[in-house]
Design a protein around this ligand. Structure first.
Ligand SMILES: O=C(O)[C@H]1NCC[C@@H]1O
Length: 340
């Protein structure tokens, strides 16, 4: 056996969505801040291609790189690599990272509750983990400031016509469309159609609406969330949604950044109050339990601090290697599984 690199990974999923964690074998990327390190990884592409592309990766995979924190308050820092983007923050990935840090013993677990501060590229996130018998059973993440960009905007989408969407940021940027307007029930058998339709809506929203984050250089809409109707029981709002992740898959989890963006929209529209809870369900019926912790001003915009909570599980370990004679060191993507 020979290899020019060996990358150590602990694999995990959060409510169904894969979030592998690189725990060794990769030197910290250059950069003064975790955002700069994120930008290096996004521009350079070498690590992204090696880990995300086939034959080591696949369209379903997200990979997180642990790096030494830059902020003295943080216990750990991480850079998220998703199929298209290297985003500011991710709900499912932050739950996977917290689960791996605690369940594998990288950080020590305190029972019944462990408090952590993680540094994501988009900022510090406070984590509370309910722990029992050496396992982090439920991870609560206070997300980065989340806000509405445009309410009730209209876009023209090929094959659909005029569509009403809201755009919002919840650690990543979203166009949010109503499932009923598109004729979807958000069931698993609609998966391929939802992924294709969502990608077309994201493209149209980028062309016709765009997005500009007030404090970073995040200047596009990453995802389309197709949101189902909400059911209110007392102060709990429950609703299904799915998030189309380009180039062509659905989030298996209820999408933490999507739930954060949706709560910002619901608050702005008077459909949710600061005292309500929002239980977001995915197409595989997994759930994130969410709430709004507080409101703040983000460079003149009304923003919220959302909290999302969900469960993560370790699924295995892996050492990814590169034989120097492997003709595809950067891997490959084919449109059969990577979307057309
Ligand atoms: O939970 C989330 O926020 C996400 N899941 C995969 C894509 C998004 O980052």
């Amino acid at each position: 056996m020979r290899s020019s690199k060996t990358i150590h990974v602990i694999s995990a999923h959060a409510e169904g969505e894969v979030g592998d964690v690189i725990v060794g074998g990769v030197a910290p990327p250059p950069g003064e801040t975790v955002w700069d390190q994120r930008s290096f990884i996004a521009d350079d592409q070498t690590l992204r291609n090696f880990m995300l592309n086939e034959p080591r990766g696949g369209v379903f995979r997200h990979v997180n790189l642990l790096v030494p924190p830059k902020n003295a308050e943080a216990d750990a820092a991480f850079i998220i690599m998703e199929p298209e983007d290297t985003p500011p923050m991710s709900g499912s990935n932050s739950i996977c990272v917290s689960t791996v840090l605690l369940d594998s013993g990288i950080l020590s677990i305190q029972e019944p509750v462990t408090h952590l501060t993680l540094e994501a590229p988009g900022g510090l996130v406070r984590v509370r983990a309910e722990c029992r018998n050496g396992k982090a059973e439920r991870i609560f993440v206070q997300n980065v400031p989340s806000f509405v960009d445009k309410l009730d905007a209209h876009i023209e989408v090929e094959g659909i016509g005029t569509l009403r969407v809201d755009t919002a940021f919840g650690g990543d940027s979203f166009a949010i469309a109503d499932a009923a307007d598109l004729g979807f029930d958000l069931t698993p058998d609609e998966g391929a159609d939802l992924a294709r339709t969502g990608a077309r809506i994201t493209d149209a929203a980028n062309e016709q609406l765009g997005f500009d984050h007030p404090t970073t250089d995040w200047r596009h809409i990453s995802f389309c969330q197709i949101a189902g109707p909400l059911d209110r029981q007392g102060d709990i709002l429950t609703g299904r949604n799915t998030v189309a992740i380009k180039p062509g898959k659905l989030d298996r989890s209820p999408c933490g950044t999507g739930a954060s963006a949706r709560m910002a929209v619901l608050l702005a529209k008077g459909q949710m109050t600061m005292n309500d809870r929002y239980h977001a369900r995915s197409v595989i019926d997994s759930e994130f339990q969410c709430r709004i912790v507080d409101q703040l001003d983000l460079n003149g915009r009304v923003a919220i601090t959302p909290e999302i909570s969900g469960r993560g599980w370790i699924t295995g370990t892996h050492q990814h290697m590169l034989d120097p004679e492997d003709p595809w060191p950067g891997g490959y993507r084919l449109s059969d599984t990577w979307g057309a």
